[in-house]
Design a protein around this ligand. Structure first.
Ligand code: FA5
Ligand code: MG
Length: 429
């Protein structure tokens, strides 16, 4: 087993032979356990709660906007804010509570960090929606760190931060501003699900909720970025909202997705004891917003402990503009790696034999933040034997210093060895 140093993460995170310990709790290992020491180092770091960290700054600005724009009947803030919920959740919270069916692709072991079959690091802040609604909240924001095994590039990192927002409406709250609103209803019987709405909802109720959702989010990004920012809405799908949308913003000449949202599935609200209300929910990526707002070019920078990075965000007033000066970029070094894949037989339930994410994970756990990007550059199937071989290009670059060839070669060789011993591939090095 390996005890991690106690600096900057959950005290006493331990990956043992038989169990994984996080925040003093012990989780028995099983065939789904795939969390790594590098990932556990990040648990408890809570960048979103570090005063004057750029993610904290964005969170505070979003809070300030919601506090000033939405005031309850007695002058109190309408939205409560939660930023300290543990990222360790049950798979029931992360998936089932959100109507994500068994066997759904988003549950794959290859895409998530499991402590064991029943427990995981949350893959999104939506994992808490049902519980917070059940506790009686009608309007809340929730910020937290989330964990996903994913590709590696400038805008993807295995740990990032999301802000969730939920707002529920009773019949009176939704229709009070509408003329003769008292005659309208939230629900109808015998309705059909269509691209516009769920079966139990009336079209008029859904349109008002959808309008409120889009207006709320458009006002939020205009407040953060100024009215000039170009945005667009894209239809999409989530098992826990319908209809569902993504907002994209124009960034460095391209459209970048910053959030997903939609009208909450009524079955979710029913299960949370709020079946007499309709609601909207959104989940946005705090790094994505911070990257646009401060022109931060690479998502790894958020983990920097470099004063030259951090001090730029120590503003007196959270509304004061930050002019982020990019630290000079140090030169990249790249190295390729090719190997034959193990014979592709499907093994026990839910476990694939080799996935690209297994390789990304391995590169990440050995190369850490030296790795800027990993891309699959060749995927070849031998015409006679049917054997498959892949070639990946790994780009190494440190954000804060120049790497030497030697240093990179050492890491690259460790990756080659580990790929053979841990993933069962056969190297063509
Ligand atoms: C979700 O996570 C949904 N839970 C969002 C949601 C909430 C929908 C409530 C409906 C209602 P998605 O996987 O698209 O959706 O992630 C949401 C946002 O997180 C993305 O728009 C993006 O801004 C950010 N994000 C996703 N993956 C990454 C990543 N690897 N690195 C950084 N940011 C990411
Ligand atoms: Mg998305």
């Amino acid at each position: 087993w390996r005890r991690l140093s106690t600096k900057g993460h959950a005290p006493q995170s331990v990956i043992g032979q038989d169990s994984v310990q996080v925040f003093g709790q012990s989780y028995p290992r099983d065939d789904f356990t795939n969390v790594t020491p590098k990932i556990l180092e990040k648990v408890g770091r809570n960048l979103h709660n570090q005063s004057h960290h750029p993610l904290w700054l964005i969170k505070e600005r979003i809070k300030a906007h919601f506090y000033s724009s939405f005031v309850g009947r007695s002058g109190n803030p309408l939205f409560s804010v939660h930023d300290n919920l543990s990222p360790v959740v049950t798979t029931e919270q992360n998936f089932d509570s959100l109507l994500i069916p068994p066997g759904h692709p988003s549950r794959k072991r290859g895409d998530n960090y499991y402590l064991n079959r029943a427990t995981m690091l949350r893959a999104h802040t939506s994992a808490h929606q049902r519980d917070l609604v059940r506790s009686g909240l009608d309007a809340f924001l929730l910020a937290g760190d989330v964990y996903r095994r994913d590709e590696i590039d400038a805008s993807h990192y295995p740990v990032f931060h999301q802000m969730e927002g939920v707002r529920l409406f009773s019949n009176r709250q939704l229709f009070s501003r509408v003329q003769n609103g008292g005659e309208l209803s939230l629900f109808e019987r015998g309705g059909r699900r269509s691209p516009e709405k769920q079966e139990t909802h009336t079209l008029e109720a859904v349109k008002l909720v959808e309008f409120d959702l889009k207006r709320t989010l458009t006002q939020l990004v205009s407040y953060l970025f100024g009215a000039d920012l170009e945005i667009r809405w894209v239809d999409c799908y989530f098992p826990f909202t319908h209809p569902s949308f993504e907002m994209e913003v124009r960034f460095q000449g391209d459209w970048m997705e910053v959030l997903g949202c939609g009208v909450m599935e009524q079955e979710l609200l029913n299960s949370a004891g709020a079946g007499d209300k309709l609601g909207w929910a959104f989940g946005l990526g705090l790094e994505r917003l911070a990257m646009v707002l401060y022109s931060i070019p690479d998502i790894r920078l958020f983990w920097s402990r470099d004063e030259r990075f951090l001090k730029q965000f120590r503003v007196q007033d959270i509304h004061q503009p930050v002019c982020f000066q990019l630290l000079s970029k140090y030169p990249p070094l790249h190295n390729d790696i090719s190997f034959w894949l193990p014979d592709g037989k499907e093994s026990e339930a839910g476990r694939e034999s080799f996935t690209e994410n297994d390789f990304y994970e391995l590169v990440r756990s050995i190369g850490g933040d030296l790795v800027e990007k990993v891309s699959l550059v060749d995927n070849f199937t031998h015409p006679k034997t049917g054997r498959r071989s892949q070639c990946y290009r790994i780009i190494y670059r440190h954000m804060e210093r120049t790497l030497t060839q030697q240093e990179v070669r050492r890491v690259h060789q460790q990756i080659e060895q580990a790929a053979e011993s841990e993933l069962g591939v056969q190297g063509r090095f």
